[in-house]
Design a protein around this ligand. Structure first.
Ligand code: NAP
Length: 247
C-alpha cells in the first residue's frame, strides 16, 4: 500500500484530497494545525469505508513540528511515497500600503518556508540517493502566482510565485533520484480560506467573470493532485495544472 502525507488535510482541498486518495488505495497521513475535530472527521470518513488514515497535528511553520510530523508518519506507516504540500494561509484583503512585517512573516512562513521544509523531509525519505525508493511531491500553488492578486493579497500571490519557482528547481534537482515534483494552481474553490481573506462570498461576487461561470469544488482540485501523485503522470515533472475555471 502506498503512503501519502497531506499537509492541511483537515478541511478544504487537503481534506478532499485525503478522501479521494484513500479511495484510490493510499494509506493517508492527515496533517492539521489546530482543528483536531475536523481532522478526526476526515479520518473517520476514510476508516469508516475500510481505508487507512491517521491524523497528525503539526504546525508546518515550525521546523521542530515538521520533524515530528515526518517521524510520526515513519513510525505509523514505515515509508513515504507521496507528499502533498497543501497547507497554506490567506490574510485579509488589503493594498500594499497597509501590510506590516508581521503579516508578511505569517504568510511566508506558512506558504513558503513550511512547504520547503516539508519537501526537504520528503526528499530525505524518498530519494534513491538516500536509500529511498522514489516518490512524488505535489505542491499546491495558486493561479494568484500568475495574476498577482492586485488590491487583494499580493503578498499571498508572491508566496505562491515562490512555490512555482521552487517546484521547477526542485523537480530538476531530484529528477534522477526517482522523485517527481509538480504543482496545481487552483482558484475560486469553495473552502473556508475566502473567509480568512475577509470575504466569504468572494466567489459569488466574481463568478460571472470566470470563463466557466462558477466556483470550483475541492474535489476537482483533488483529482488533479492525485493524477500528479500517481504513475499516470510518470513522464511529467516540474509542471503545473491550473484548476481555475479558465482564468
Ligand atoms: P482551508 O480550507 O482554509 O484549509 C487550510 C488547511 O491548512 C487546514 O487544514 C488548516 O488546518 C491547514 N493549515 C493552515 N496553516 C497550517 C500550518 N501552519 N500547519 C499545518 N496546517 C495548516 O484552505 P484551502 O482553500 O483548502 O487551501 C488549501 C491550499 O490551496 C492552500 O495552499 C491555498 O493557498 C491553496 N489555494 C486555495 C484556493 C481556493 O480557492 N480555496 C485557491 C488557490 C490556492 P486547521 O484546520 O487545523 O486550521
Amino acid at each position: 500500500m502506498k503512503i501519502i502525507l497531506i499537509t492541511g488535510a483537515s478541511r478544504g482541498i487537503g481534506g478532499a484530497t485525503a478522501i479521494l486518495a484513500a479511495k484510490a488505495g493510499y494509506a493517508v497521513a492527515v496533517n492539521y494545525r489546530r482543528n483536531r475535530t475536523a481532522a478526526e472527521q476526515v479520518v473517520s470518513e476514510i476508516t469508516g469505508k475500510g481505508g487507512t488514515a491517521v491524523a497528525i497535528q503539526a504546525d508546518i511553520t515550525r521546523e521542530e513540528e515538521v520533524m515530528k510530523l515526518f517521524s510520526e508518519t515513519d513510525r505509523v506507516f514505515g515509508r513515504l511515497d507521496v507528499l502533498v504540500n497543501n497547507a497554506g494561509i490567506l490574510e485579509p484583503q488589503m493594498r500594499l500600503e497597509e501590510m506590516d512585517a508581521a503579516r508578511l512573516s505569517r504568510i511566508f512562513a506558512a506558504n513558503i518556508t513550511g512547504q520547503i521544509l516539508c519537501a526537504r523531509e520528503a526528499v530525505k525519505r524518498m530519494s534513491l540517493k538516500h536509500g529511498g525508493s522514489g516518490g512524488a511531491i505535489v505542491n499546491v500553488s495558486s493561479i494568484a502566482a500568475k495574476t498577482g492578486a492586485p488590491g487583494e493579497y499580493i503578498d499571498y500571490a508572491a508566496s505562491k510565485g515562490a512555490i512555482d519557482t521552487f517546484t521547477v528547481g526542485l523537480a530538476k534537482e531530484v529528477a534522477e533520484e526517482g522523485i517527481r515534483v509538480n504543482a496545481v494552481r487552483p482558484a475560486f474553490i469553495y473552502t473556508d480560506i475566502h473567509a480568512d481573506g475577509g470575504e466569504p462570498g468572494r466567489i459569488e461576487r466574481i463568478k460571472a467573470s470566470i470563463p466557466l461561470r462558477r466556483g470550483g469544488l475541492a474535489g476537482e482540485v483533488a483529482e488533479a493532485i492525485l493524477w500528479l501523485a500517481s504513475e499516470k503522470s510518470s513522464y511529467s515533472t516540474g509542471i503545473f495544472i491550473n484548476v481555475s475555471g479558465g482564468r
